[in-house]
Design a protein around this ligand. Structure first.
Ligand code: 6PG
Length: 246
């Protein structure tokens, strides 16, 4: 598949950044629930999306979503217990899930406490929920992603085996630079999403944002660039600093 330039939305400040991201979430939830009766969303970890989750938990935004039809997943997780301060699930619960009355059957967290076994366990959960067989790819309505300063996304890091994975939906891999094991969606699963939304803030990421959009396609070096060959709609929400080299 040829690379295609994503839609770039440059926001003047954090208020615009998070309000527009919340609006996109709400619109996609309404669209897919009207179309299919449910909305499958894989959330990102890290720090950037947490204010978005907190915003969605505020009454003014919370009441705009039919939460009973939303199925929550995570695009990656650290191999930690859910109550660890660095757990992506744990931080999402603190900022959003604990403010909602969500059926436990709609929360599909990666069981990081299982360690490497969390990878195959999550793949089984995805196949169960989406009803896909081996060789078939689930299609998420939305995958939210961030980007690290080294060009990683989810937990697909430069030079990792996971970034070259073509068959599995989920992998668990020891990340040497972090001295920890991470569970992550693989490139084929991410590329098959109907919608991908990136949330990227900060001048320290500006050079990588430019590199992703201007450099030759090389996901082993810049894993985030795999999304240039995604099947669906890809949007990058950037603040002015992250967009400063475009
Ligand atoms: C994680 C994320 C990771 C994150 C980037 C950016 O588990 O940490 O999935 O891919 O999105 O590292 O993190 P920040 O938003 O904290 O800059």
């Amino acid at each position: 598949m040829e690379s295609k330039r994503p839609e770039i939305i440059i926001c003047k400040d954090s208020l615009e950044f998070y309000s527009k991201a919340a609006g996109a979430f709400i619109n996609l939830s309404s669209f897919f629930q009207a179309k299919n009766g449910s909305f499958s969303v894989a959330l990102s970890g890290g720090t950037t999306p947490m204010p978005l989750y907190a915003l969605l938990g505020l009454e003014a935004f919370r009441e705009k979503v039919n939460w009973s039809g939303v199925h929550f997943f995570w695009s990656d997780e650290r191999c930690l217990p859910p109550d660890d301060e660095h757990s992506n699930y744990g931080n999402t619960a603190l900022n959003l899930l604990d403010k909602l009355d969500i059926d436990d059957n709609n929360i599909h967290r990666i069981k990081g406490e299982l360690g490497e076994a969390a990878g195959p366990a999550y793949e089984r959960e995805l196949r169960r929920v989406f009803g896909t067989k081996s060789g078939e790819l689930p299609c998420f309505d939305l995958i939210l992603l961030g980007m690290g300063g080294d060009g990683h996304t989810a937990s697909l890091f430069p030079g990792s085996a996971s970034v070259k994975e073509k068959v599995k939906l989920v992998t668990a891999e020891y990340v040497k630079k972090l001295a920890s094991t991470r569970v992550t969606f693989t490139p084929p699963l991410i590329q098959n999403a109907a919608n991908i939304i990136f949330l990227v803030k900060g001048g320290e990421k500006a050079a990588v944002v430019r590199a992703v959009l201007e450099s030759p396609y090389n996901p082993s070096v810049l894993p985030v660039s795999l999304t240039l060959r995604a099947a669906g709609r890809v949007r990058w929400f950037l603040d002015k600093d992250a967009a400063s080299m475009l």
